[in-house]
Ligand binder design. Structure first.
Ligand SMILES: C[S@@+](CC[C@H](N)C(=O)[O-])C[C@H]1O[C@@H](n2cnc3c(N)ncnc32)[C@H](O)[C@@H]1O
Length: 211
């Protein structure tokens, strides 16, 4: 495992409980995010994997919409939490850069605020792996903060961490998706919700389909 990945895993292990509490109501406060997830739930066919599923709230939301979903996350503490909170859903420890998934077996993949932890030079490789896991025509949904910078945190929720949050440009992500063999089918860029506890900046959701 790379140093960067090790730091991300250790960081989320340290803050898992506090993170889950702090961001518990994010989806409830974002009608547009729920609309995008709802559209994804309607169009997707087959099993869905959420990569970087954290405490499991997004997977649980999709499950509630009738989606057959499971989650993988780098952080064992996050996986433990997600399993405890959502026992009806399968969660496992895993790295989105090395998916343990049969080729072309998934109807959909969601990376909701998790691709933001992947170093930029690794994004093409991660998207190639995601494409391999999806059946032709399978859907990919990405959520991320819009911007150009990397926000580095040495401290979070009272813990010493080493976490990088990479803001991304929808155009740049769309170009990477195209190069990786996806057709981008929707882009939603929204203002931060007034009730959100996340850093206030524009938020993006991109939907894409494996060619
Ligand atoms: C900002 S949280 C988002 C969690 C969840 N998707 C949500 O929206 O509540 C990012 C999550 O991605 C996970 N993560 C980061 N890099 C990952 C990787 N390479 N593979 C799998 N999970 C990863 C972290 O452990 C963390 O739980």
């Amino acid at each position: 495992m790379t140093l960067d990945r090790e730091a991300t895993r250790a960081g989320y292990d340290a803050i898992a409980g506090a993170y889950a509490e702090h961001f518990r109501d994010e989806l409830a406060g974002s009608p547009l995010d729920r609309a995008v997830l709802g559209a994804f739930a309607e169009i997707v066919d087959g099993e869905v994997l959420e990569v970087g599923s954290g405490p499991g709230g997004v997977a649980a939301h999709l499950h509630g919409l009738g989606v057959r979903v499971r989650g993988v996350d780098l952080s064992p503490a996050m996986v433990e939490l997600a399993r405890a909170e959502h026992p009806a859903i399968g969660f496992a420890v895993g790295d989105m850069a090395a998916l343990d998934v049969t080729e072309a077996s998934l109807g959909g993949i969601v990376a909701w605020y998790s691709l933001i932890h992947v170093p930029t030079d690794e994004l093409p490789g991660v998207l190639a792996g995601v494409r391999r896991a999806l059946a032709p025509g399978g859907h990919l949904l990405l959520g991320f903060q819009v911007g150009d910078d990397v926000s580095h945190h040495d401290e979070a929720f009272g813990h010493r961490v080493r976490l990088d949050f990479r803001r991304l440009r929808p155009d740049a992500v769309a170009a990477l998706l195209d190069a990786a063999g996806f057709d981008v089918t929707a882009r939603v860029v929204r203002a931060p919700e007034p009730t959100s506890r996340a850093a206030p900046m524009p938020q993006a959701a991109l939907l894409a389909r494996r060619r």
